[in-house]
Ligand binder design. Structure first.
Ligand SMILES: C[S@@+](CC[C@H](N)C(=O)[O-])C[C@H]1O[C@@H](n2cnc3c(N)ncnc32)[C@H](O)[C@@H]1O
Length: 206
């Protein structure tokens, strides 16, 4: 079957993308790994021994970065609705974070106040219908924030992807209420055209 124009454009963009070339050389599963590498270098989010919950982890680039950074003394739990190949040093959980049973499954792994960092790179399947896509992205962000409140230790941190929308201010004001410092970041590996950006929130509950 002939490829569509948009699929050809995607292939051309991938071929030119410096992060795709680096990803292949470094053995990361996603170009998204470079977003976390940059954010972590700047914000010092993951330390040796850290306990990290990675929401929306597949195919596993962030999980690879986190597992290396926490080392043998730390713990990384990676959750996704899609199956994901194992990552050395991480526990993979298959499930939809919107489902209460899946949140209970996380509660069996972590006690409350056990996690140093909750990361969410979750993104919904885009339908092209903006109201629906915004609602889906908002629901994922609100759920990540609920999960963070359930598991973060006092002083812990949240790194969360958001998509600029009419809901952004409301989500950011919830984040601001719960964390002492909150900044927006757009890492170099995040495509300029994408509405995504990242929120780095530190000092939970202090
Ligand atoms: C941009 S990808 C994450 C890339 C990942 N950080 C990496 O470096 O490989 C977004 C992920 O969010 C996941 N996702 C979307 N909705 C979800 C949900 N309700 N529960 C769990 N994961 C979800 C998708 O399946 C997808 O794998």
């Amino acid at each position: 079957m002939a490829r569509g124009a948009s699929s050809n454009r995607w292939l051309e963009r991938q071929a030119k993308d410096k992060y795709v070339k680096q990803r292949d050389g470094h053995g990361y599963r996603s170009r998204a790994a470079y977003k976390l590498l940059e954010l972590n270098q700047r914000e010092r989010l993951i330390r040796p021994g850290s306990v990290v919950l990675d929401l929306g982890a597949a195919p596993g680039g962030w999980t690879q970065v986190a597992a290396l950074a926490v080392g043998g003394a730390g713990k990384v739990v990676a959750l996704d609705i899609l199956e994901m190949q194992p990552v050395k040093g991480a526990t993979v959980v298959l499930g939809d974070c919107l489902v209460p049973d899946v949140q209970s499954q996380l509660a069996e792994i972590f006690t409350a106040n056990a996690v140093d960092l909750v990361m969410s790179d979750m993104a919904p399947n885009i339908t092209g219908i903006s109201a629906r896509d915004e609602a889906a992205a908002t629901e994922l962000a609100e759920t990540a924030l609920t999960i963070a409140q359930q598991f973060l230790r006092p002083g812990g941190a949240l790194l969360m992807k958001l998509f600029q929308s009419r809901e952004t201010d409301a989500i950011l004001s919830d984040v601001n209420r719960l964390f002492r410092t909150v900044v927006r970041r757009k890492p170099d590996a995040s495509r300029a055209k994408s509405r995504e950006f990242y929120v780095v929130a530190k000092q939970f509950g202090l």
